[in-house]
Design a protein around this ligand. Structure first.
Ligand code: FCB
Length: 475
């Protein structure tokens, strides 16, 4: 009958779409039994480093959006942060930075340190810049340089002063003036000594957690407001970059945006609903930002939220792109969008201590994808929460292997920063996730280099030896 024919055609059409999606977006898997992860070769110029962010490590933070958030509860009266944790004294990096830098030099041998400056210290009240805070970061920078470590400064890593939060922060375009002014002040102080600058850390997670899922401040759950924030962050990157580039030292430093890539993939590859969600999330979370970086136009094309705005003529300004890569996420529309989020894993996948798995192939894919922006790449974060320290070495070996493979195929990666130097305050997750190369005893503040950090130390050592060797031969 006609009905049967119509049904059959619908099924056939659906099958064609699924097969097309399946082929167009493969979930890459390598046969690790035939891979030697020691078979990697990084150029002598390759920069190894570690990363932190002010709020997560410094301690004693003046009022910002997060110190406020740490006091809040949700509608059911539960604390916003897992276990009701507070960042508090954190790991006292503010006072212990000298010791931490010494460890970076002596125990790791790294040559780069990515950290963020706390806007709420530097401009605690609107328009008042705090000399003592500016001097503090100046000392941090000098201490790094004396240790032979190049500073890489992030201007906005998820936190800003409470007064800026109360104005609606990045939800309103007129607020960008404040961030541009703060960035100019910081740049004028340190640009003579800091060669690499990151404007915003991870616009995607910052906007989606704050305005999409409501798990970060300000705790809003609205797709249209989330997209507006994201668009404003692109404007912010654009304005700050152009503004700093026109200042003294602007043309000699490198400035970039830090993009997080998590690939969204269907949990069931034969389920059209899983595909639908995965493609929507890819569009808003990855394609929108990568598209802006490539073309200057920020675009979101998903049902219910359509947005298109030309931000710059031609590609976004900037000298490099930063990539933060952790994993991919297998998604289905049939799970809760409230934390704690569920982990979906394929047979054989190794889970870490947050809801994702070890997936180095995804790092390779992300590098290929971000290479399309056409700029040099710095890995600004990569690492795992591993309290037992029984997966860290494996992570480091497989992810750096994936990176070297992408580089061998022409992807221009200049450096890699391990997240993180130290265990730290992991935002809404509080203190449980242990990301540090150095474990921290939170009672005594004692730092201990983890055994699982060894493959990293070894990679750093090899690259340095290569450079020293090159210098000797050329001398
Ligand atoms: C990234 C953040 C960083 C840290 C890691 C685990 O999204 O940029 O601050 O929390 O995740």
């Amino acid at each position: 009958s006609w009905l049967a024919i119509a049904l059959l055609s619908a099924v056939a059409a659906c099958a064609v779409v699924l097969v097309t999606l399946h082929l167009r977006y493969p979930e890459l898997r390598w046969d690790w039994s035939s891979i030697d992860t020691d078979d990697v070769d990084f150029p002598a110029s390759f920069v190894w480093g570690t990363a932190t962010a002010a709020h997560q490590v410094e301690g004693g933070m003046p009022a910002n959006n997060w110190t406020w958030w740490e006091e809040q509860t949700d509608k059911r009266g539960r604390p916003r942060i897992h276990g009701g944790a507070r960042s508090g004294a954190a790991v006292e990096h503010f006072s212990r930075y000298g010791d931490d830098i010494r460890r970076m030099r002596d125990e790791l041998g790294v040559e780069s340190y990515r950290f963020s400056v706390a806007w709420s210290r530097i401009e605690p009240e609107e328009g008042r810049f705090d000399r003592a805070a500016l001097d503090h970061y100046s000392r941090v920078i000098d201490t790094l340089l004396e240790a032979g470590i190049t500073p890489m400064v992030t201007l906005h890593h998820f936190t800003h002063p409470l007064w800026f939060e109360q104005k609606g922060s990045f939800e309103y375009k007129q607020n960008l003036d404040h961030f541009v002014r703060f960035s100019r002040e910081v740049f004028s102080q340190y640009a003579d000594r800091v060669p690499r600058w990151c404007t915003h850390n991870e616009p995607g997670p910052f906007a989606v957690m704050g305005w999409g899922l409501g798990a970060f401040p300000p705790g809003v759950r609205s797709p249209s407001r989330f997209v507006r924030v994201l668009a404003n962050l692109m404007h912010s990157h654009d304005r700050v970059t152009r503004s700093l580039k026109a200042m003294p030292h602007g043309d000699s430093v490198e400035i970039g945006l830090v993009k997080n890539i998590f690939q969204f993939e269907p949990w069931r590859r034969w389920n059209p609903l899983h595909w639908g969600l995965a493609r929507v999330l890819e569009d808003v979370y990855n394609d929108s930002i990568l598209g802006y970086l490539r073309t200057g136009t920020f675009r979101v094309r998903v049902p219910g939220v359509r947005y298109s705005e030309k931000i710059s003529d031609g590609p976004a300004p900037g000298d490099f792109v930063g990539l933060n890569y952790y994993s991919h996420l297998l998604v289905t529309p049939f799970t809760s969008t409230e934390p704690p989020f569920e982990t979906f894993a394929r047979p054989g996948d190794i889970k870490v201590d947050m809801p994702y798995c070890i997936y180095p192939e995804g790092f390779y894919r992300a590098l290929k994808q971000i290479a399309q922006v056409g700029k040099p790449i710095y890995i600004t974060e990569n690492g795992l929460p591993d309290d037992r320290d029984d997966r860290r070495a494996h992570w480091i070996k497989t992810y750096t292997y994936a990176m070297s493979r992408a580089m061998a195929e022409g992807v221009d990666v200049r450096g890699y920063h391990y997240w993180s130097l130290l265990d730290n305050f992991e935002w809404a997750e509080g203190w449980d996730p242990r990301f540090g190369l150095f474990g921290v005893d939170y009672d005594t503040q004692e730092r201990t280099l983890r055994q699982g950090a060894q493959p990293f130390v070894e990679l750093v050592r090899k690259t340095r030896a290569k450079r020293d060797g090159t210098q000797e031969t050329s001398a």
